[in-house]
Design a protein around this ligand. Structure first.
Ligand SMILES: [Zn+2]
Length: 1254
């Protein structure tokens, strides 16, 4: 397409005039910022400190026309604010021409003051249907009156031009002529700057300052003061524009015709004839002939000229009435008198009134001249030429392309005037590319809410013109995030916002969008969370909302999986690896740092990791810019955490940890913590806020459990001792233990000699040794409670007694009194007051009485008041005196030499932890008197009550073919006690349930009398459930044990429903299904193994077939002239295919069956346990390091007991099932739901500090 005017100097670029809109951020600072925070949280936390320096990325390119443009006044010096309606002169003139089109159409609204984008579609549509319906005319011979210039030094120049708008088609009759008036006023300052193309911004009338109002004839106060509003002009449409480049003002007014159709009917032939006959009837003598239409019109013209001069018309009123009719005369201010005749109009009294009356006369005259043109060759006065181009109007604008603009008014065909896209962009086909770009940008700046539509128009024009310049700009805009309307609509659709419903859409603000975004995320199906972010960013960019943009760029990515994959790590890596991965990514791809930041934040929030939040705080502060600063309002910060400000550091952190475990916004919580840490200046809080761990070193002794020194590779013993210490009923029993026994007493006690522990009788020697062992434990526990040190040392005797089998006899000697004082047992302190009281009376022959040491075997519910039982014993009468003696001597020291101890420790190293546990518990049991004896004489006591459960093994005969139960088969069953369940990691269980499933599996066995189905169920649940994970496997090839570090995932909760003995038919049926599936799995696995078995050449069947085929296909046979039967190859092919398919089917079936087994019982959650303790071993089978994690249910924290150091650790450290983690759990302890009070790891009651110690 040839663009006319190519030779013209290029228009100036407006790029550098575009201040990027930051108003939205600043103006939102108070309202939206605050609201956002309200949404996030506590209403008081809230002076959201939006940073002042939200950068306004200056997108201004250096314009190649820059030197053409004089320096611009700064925004502040402009007399007017720029509004949101922007137009070019071209657009305004076309609007003038088409205003009536629109007003008379459905909209009934003028378009002078409306943004082009809002009417482009409709105007273009109308033009396509009707063509250019109106034309803009000046009546040239009347130029002098229609073109006025007023100038004064003060005012500059005001040019006023009048023109008319009328339909292009010649009307059918004179009454159909409508002449609309256009008043076009340009006010130029004397000092105006050059302007190649004005940038007209619409001003509202009320915005105008008084001076401009007066100059543009918008000040009617004088008329109103004079009490005459009849002379005020009627306006159809009007608008005032202001160009910030040159300070020019343009006022456009459109007036309706002075004479409407009802008036103009007077000039129709029939009307004239009618009036003539009326006149003739009144004046029969009159010689007047019928006037013709032109004469009548001319009469009006003559009359107007006289009125214009404020002269009294010479003509007879009756004659005027004959020619013009009464309507028209009334419009000319003729007055109807009481006798029905008309009087001449009065002359206005004041100058202002005259001015408006004259304007009205002028418009009437113009109309008469225009109507005169309807009658060809009638009178010379009516032979006015109409200027198709109102040159004066265009010239008054003083733009370079005036003569090109004439296409707007002339009948020059310019399709761009009909094109919706050009109308939208206020442009014309002759505009140069750069100018279209500038206009596009200016429009986007003025009216950002329609940016998408401007962009569509721009895109269409770019394609229409095939212009590389426009295409380049298009690409640039796209890269800045500008999108078209269709795309924008689909973005809003995601948030259920209807862009076409202007009522709703106009209420959508940044706040609403943020809410909509959060809502959409919360209720999305999670398939593509980043979709919402992408869409919202497009919306933010389209709206030009920096606030929304910053919100999005400081939001964590919604999809944590994506966050991990973006940083190329997995969710099992440690926090430090997250930091490293982030730093590497940031260095390698600096352009994507915003995304990496958001990924990092998402991971920090998902993990609730303080280490990561600390990093965000230190290195990504900008992510917090929309968050309130709690350091400005510490009271609110404390309230947010739910903690009074005046508590000690530890209480504060405890409150915090509780909230940290809730679903409160972790970012805000962390910021509150940081703010408070900054004020508390406490090492404890400070170290916590960067590590998330309460560092025991900074804790008051009373708030942290005491550690145990390692007395020489005691393996898991310390873990075990801390574990037992944490079992509240057991600890209480040990602390209260007070018992001794002689051989005679032992033999005399029937219960003691009859009882069996672990299925065997216990000798006196063993019992004696066990009692000493319990005293050793008592001393240690008491120390753990009262010591003012951070850790205490177990005695070597204790270690020896724990490790060496109870059958091994130990020589004891009486303890030296001083030692007694040194290791003052905790309970003994309480008991000293009644040291001579008979605490134990084993000689009591009264068998009706419960054994005394029942007190040491608390029943749940009585646990809370151990002191009561003491009181009871104190009141026991008949205290034999010999017991006092015995009491003094009941503690003995074991005679153990170093070699013995070393041997015992070595034994410990060889033992399973269960062997040691059994040994320890056996000794505690044998030191206790039985509460009762079971059928098999097994002793029932606290240990049995706490740790033991019972299983039932059933053997049910089955049909050897169908494997179904034989109806008459004799079911044999056996009940057994268990202390722990053993699961084997060698079976590669997928999780703890998978492992337990194997333990409780139903399987088939061949017995002498036929095949039976063996099943194992739990008939009695332990209160404390212990599961041993067998990790030590035997490597047959190397002939040595090795440790498997295969992860065995488990949750904090464990449900045992599925393993219980039950009559529930549904559960039994479900178990049978699993049994059948497992059999199928077994047979399929065997089949698969046999298919995959290797022949003598080391090939599987499939490989052998493939090799054969490849060999036959090769050229070996051809070379030697051996023919290969084609059939052979195709048979091979089909066999390969069959085999491959079969293997794949087997694999699929196996996967599906395993999945079914895994999920079969997942809804059974009635019998729940919570994690209590996790024993960890790190290292190889033959060496390594041991520690234990114990959960404190009171504060819901985990502590790591690593010998002398007890520290709080994160949940992630405890539940780390990452592949390759060598710190593996080997013994798990769960506590039955509702018995969490059995777990009480933090028991401290510090002894008085010694007097004089500082
Ligand atoms: Zn200008």
């Amino acid at each position: 397409m040839e663009v006319p005017g190519e030779e013209l100097p290029p228009p100036p670029s407006y790029n550098q005039m575009f201040p990027i809109k930051v108003a939205s951020v600043d103006s939102n600072k108070d309202s939206q910022g605050k609201d956002l925070i309200d949404m996030i949280d506590d209403e008081d936390l809230l002076e959201a400190p939006i940073e002042k320096d939200i950068d306004t990325d200056s997108k201004s390119e250096t314009s190649k026309y820059a030197q053409d443009v004089p320096a611009l006044p700064s925004r502040q010096s402009l007399p007017y604010n720029l509004g949101s309606v922007f137009k070019t002169s071209n657009r305004i003139i076309d609007d003038i021409k088409n205003d009536m089109f629109m007003i008379l159409g459905d909209d009934q609204q003028g378009i002078l003051g409306v943004n082009s984008v809002d009417y482009a579609e409709r105007l273009s549509h109308l033009k396509h249907i009707h063509g250019e319906k109106y034309k803009l005319l000046m009546l040239n011979d009347f130029d002098k009156s229609l073109y006025r210039q007023i100038s004064s030094d003060a005012l500059g120049v005001i040019t006023s031009v009048m023109a008319i708008v009328m339909e292009k088609e010649t009307p059918a009759s004179v009454s159909k002529i409508s002449t609309y008036h256009v008043n076009f006023m340009v006010k130029s300052k004397r000092t105006h700057r050059p302007c190649r193309k004005h940038r007209f911004y619409k001003l509202e009338d009320w915005e105008l300052n008084p001076e401009d109002k007066r100059d543009l004839l918008l000040d009617f106060t004088e008329q109103l003061a004079e009490g005459d509003d009849s002379s005020l002009p009627t306006l159809i449409d009007s608008a005032t524009y202001f160009c910030p480049t040159c300070d020019r003002m343009l006022r456009v007014e459109i007036f309706p015709p002075e004479f409407d159709a009802a008036d103009l009917v007077a000039f129709e032939k029939e009307s004239v004839q009618e009036r003539y006959e009326e006149y003739k009837a009144k004046n029969p003598e009159s010689a007047l002939v019928v006037p013709n239409q032109v004469d009548c019109l001319h009469q009006l013209y003559e009359l107007l000229l006289q009125l214009f001069a404020f002269k009294t018309p010479q003509e007879n009123v009756l004659l005027l009435e004959l020619c013009l009719g009464r309507n028209i005369l009334k419009k000319l201010n003729f007055r109807e008198s009481s006798n029905g005749t008309l009087d001449h109009p009065l002359i206005p009294e004041t100058e202002t009134q005259k001015e408006f009356v004259l304007d009205a006369y002028l418009r009437k005259t113009v109309e008469v001249l225009n109507i005169g043109r309807f009658f060809s060759n009638s009178k010379p006065e009516f032979q006015v030429k109409s200027g198709l181009v109102p040159t004066a109007l265009l010239e008054s604008l003083d733009e370079f392309d005036t003569y090109l603009m004439s296409s707007i008014v002339a009948d020059v065909e310019d399709k761009s005037l009909m094109s919706q896209d050009y109308i939208t962009l206020c442009s014309q086909s002759y505009f140069k590319d750069q100018f279209i770009i500038d206009t596009f940008k200016e429009l986007c700046f003025a009216n950002p809410s329609s940016k998408a539509k401007y962009f569509d128009a721009f895109t269409n024009i770019a394609h229409d013109r095939s212009s590389p310049t426009l295409w380049t700009e298009l690409a640039t805009q796209k890269s800045l995030g500008v999108v078209g309307f269709a795309e924008l609509r689909s973005c809003y659709d995601l948030f259920n916002i209807d862009v076409d419903n202007s009522k709703v859409f106009s209420t959508v603000d940044d706040n609403y969008l943020i809410k909509a975004y959060r809502y959409a995320l919360a209720y999305s199906d999670g398939t593509n969370p980043s979709m919402y972010w992408d869409a919202m960013l497009k919306i933010a960019l389209d709206r030009g909302s920096r606030y929304l943009e910053i919100f999005l760029k400081t939001e964590p990515v919604a999809d944590v999986e994506r966050a991990y994959s973006t940083l190329e790590i997995t969710d099992s890596v440690e926090d430090d690896i997250v930091v490293t991965a982030y730093e590497i990514k940031k260095d390698d791809f600096p352009a994507n740092v915003e995304l990496f930041d958001r990924c990092f934040l998402a991971i920090a929030m998902k993990r609730r990791s303080m280490r990561l939040f600390d990093y965000v705080d230190s290195y990504m502060g900008h992510l917090n810019r929309l968050l309130p600063d709690p350091s400005q309002n510490l009271d609110a910060a404390y309230r947010f955490i739910g903690c009074p400000p005046n508590v000690d550091d530890f209480t504060f952190l405890s409150c915090f940890q509780e909230k940290w475990g809730s679903d409160l916004d972790s970012r805000m919580l962390y910021r509150c913590l940081k703010a408070i840490a900054g004020v508390r200046k406490s090492k404890l809080v400070e170290s916590f806020s960067s590590s998330g761990i309460i560092d025991a070193r900074y804790l008051p002794l009373a708030n942290t459990p005491c550690g145990l020194n390692n007395i020489g590779n005691t393996c898991y013993l310390n873990s075990l001792l801390q574990y037992y210490f944490s079992v509240e009923p057991l600890r209480t029993a040990i602390l209260k233990f007070d018992f001794s026994l002689t051989q005679e007493e032992f033999s005399a006690d029937e219960a003691l000699s009859q009882r069996r522990i672990g299925g065997r009788n216990v000798s006196f020697k063993e019992t004696e040794r066990s009692i000493q062992f319990v005293y050793q434990l008592q001393d240690l526990f008491s120390n753990l409670i009262t010591s003012r040190k951070r850790c205490v040392t177990p005695t070597r005797e204790l270690a020896y007694l724990a490790f060496s089998p109870s059958t091994e006899e130990v020589e004891f000697e009486e303890e030296v009194p001083e030692q007694e004082e040194i290791v003052q047992p905790y309970e003994a302190v309480v008991a000293t007051a009644d040291a001579d009281a008979p605490l134990i009376d084993i000689n009591d022959s009264d068998d009706d009485q419960e054994p005394e040491f029942q007190h040491n075997s608390p029943v749940p519910g009585e646990l809370s008041s151990p002191m009561d039982t003491d009181d009871e014993t104190k009141t026991t009468p008949n205290a034999p005196t010999q017991q006092v003696v015995r009491r003094e001597t009941k503690r003995s020291a074991a005679k153990i030499d170093p070699e013995q101890l070393e041997n015992a420790l070595e034994m410990g190293r060889q033992q399973d932890v269960t062997e040691c546990i059994e040994n320890v518990l056996f000794q505690v049991e044998s030191a206790l008197k039985p509460l009762s004896l079971d059928e098999d004489d097994e002793q029932v006591d606290l240990i049995k009550q706490l740790f033991y459960g019972k299983t039932k093994q059933s053997l049910q005969p089955v049909d050897k073919d169908t494997k179904e139960h034989l109806p008459d088969g004799q079911v044999r069953s056996k009940i057994e006690r268990f202390l722990s369940l053993l699961v084997n990691i060698g079976d590669h269980p997928k999780d703890i349930y998978d492992a337990l499933d194997t333990y409780f599996t139903e399987d088939l066995m061949n017995l002498d009398d036929g095949e039976v189905k063996r099943s194992l169920t739990i008939t009695e649940l332990p209160k404390i459930l212990q599961i041993q994970i067998q990790r030590v496997q035997f490597d047959r090839e190397r002939g040595m044990p090795f440790k498997s570090i295969e992860p065995l995932p488990f949750d904090e909760k464990l449900y045992m429903d599925r393993y219980l003995e039950t009559e529930d038919a549904e559960i039994i049926q479900k178990r049978k299904q699993v049994f059948d599936w497992k059999r199928e799995i077994q047979s399929l696995s065997q089949k698969k193994n046999s298919l995959n078995s290797r022949n003598a050449s080391g090939l599987t069947a499939l490989e052998a077939l493939e090799v054969s085929k490849a060999y036959l296909d090769s050229d070996v046979f051809q070379k030697h002239g051996i023919l290969v039967d084609e059939n052979t190859i195709s048979v091979l092919d089909s066999q390969i295919k069959l085999l491959t398919e079969e293997l794949s089917t087997i694999d699929q079936t196996l996967t599906s069956l395993r999945e079914k087994c895994m999920t079969q019982f997942k809804d059974l959650k009635n019998v729940g346990y919570s994690i209590f303790a996790i024993f960890i071993h790190r290292g190889e089978a033959s060496y390594g390091h041991y520690w234990i994690y114990i959960r404190d249910p009171v504060r819901d924290v985990y502590r790591k007991y690593n010998d002398e150091i007890v520290s709080e650790v994160s949940f992630n450290e405890v539940m780390n099932f990452a592949e390759g983690n060598t710190a593996t759990p080997y013994f798990l302890v769960f506590v039955r739901d509702n018995l969490e009070n059995y777990v009480d790891p933090l028991k401290r009651d510090l002894e008085e500090e010694e007097a004089g110690s500082v």
